[in-house]
Design a protein around this ligand. Sequence first.
Ligand code: IPM
Ligand code: MG
Length: 358
Amino acid sequence: MKKKIAVFSGDGIGQEIVPEAIKVLDAIGSRFGHAFACEYAQVGGAAIDSAGIPLPSDSLALAKESDAVLLGAVGGPKWEGLDYERRPERALLGLREQLGLFANLRPAKIYSALIQASTLKPEVIDGIDVLVVRELTGGIYFGKPKGIETTPTGHRGVNTEVYTTEEITRIAHVAFKSAQKRRRLVTSIDKANVLESSELWRRVVIEVHKSYPDVELRHMYVDNCAMQLVRNPKQFDVIVTTNLFGDILSDEAAMLTGSIGMLPSASIGSTVGMFEPIHGSAPDIAGKNMANPIGTIASLAMMLNYSFDLSKEAELIEQAIQITLDQGFRTKDIEGEGTTLLGTKEMGETILQNLGRL
Ligand code: IPM
Ligand code: MG
């Protein structure tokens, strides 16, 4: 198999975690005879520094002509004072919008070795396996009108939560199809007791559900979901929700697994998929060889699975991660009693070695 991959390491720890995933990709390539050609370009703060904008046109063009995108993280205190349109985060939003990546899959699964690393009680999280399906190109992130206006007495900040039937329909299909490969339960999260856009969301999800009689559909208000995720997360299989609610709930779901550093994501919806860990650029630990590369390596596994249909290769990577954790190796974020602390590079190296033995 021959594939072209656009690699955007981005900012902060992105520069450290992405190379570890690339080592794993290269190992898979040479072992199975796949030619993965990686091309690097800048996005986020790095691109602001070198080109003046977060998503230069050549980076976007590279993404569009590639088979998949691997992204580290964007952002940092250095660029926080900039206008919204010039901030590093715009690179992410621009890529999502321009590539048509309307569905964001964020699996939160507990590795048994990490049960002690969670801040929640073992019996609450043991065995959790939740997939957050987040709508990614609509809602309040993109809705208009938006902006900060001047008023006679000060200012007025505006954003608009807006969803169309089409947008809700396509994300609902992704959720139901995902559930068919899992435990066949979709919980749709909204705020239909207050918001009209949520009322439509619920109506459309109910309509789409009619094509999936083998899947159970439940509805839950977002505030209740936030509570239920820490009270009894095992009640969830697939969670489908809006852009903003999904942003918030997926961070919460991530913490159930011990660390946000563990969680991968896949953004899909058109021909090019984008894969990235769900965490940010972590400027506080950047450059210290402390970051956890597992979220990025697991994102790579999602790329092989979703974009290239290489499920066997993806499975091997997941197994290598699991074995490494079972052996007691940990980065700082998941360190615990009786475990061995590794740096970013050493963690990548250990996963690679375990992969080689499988
Ligand atoms: C995420 C991030 C992004 C988002 C930011 C960095 C723009 O938090 O991918 O969850 O809000 O979508
Ligand atoms: Mg987020």
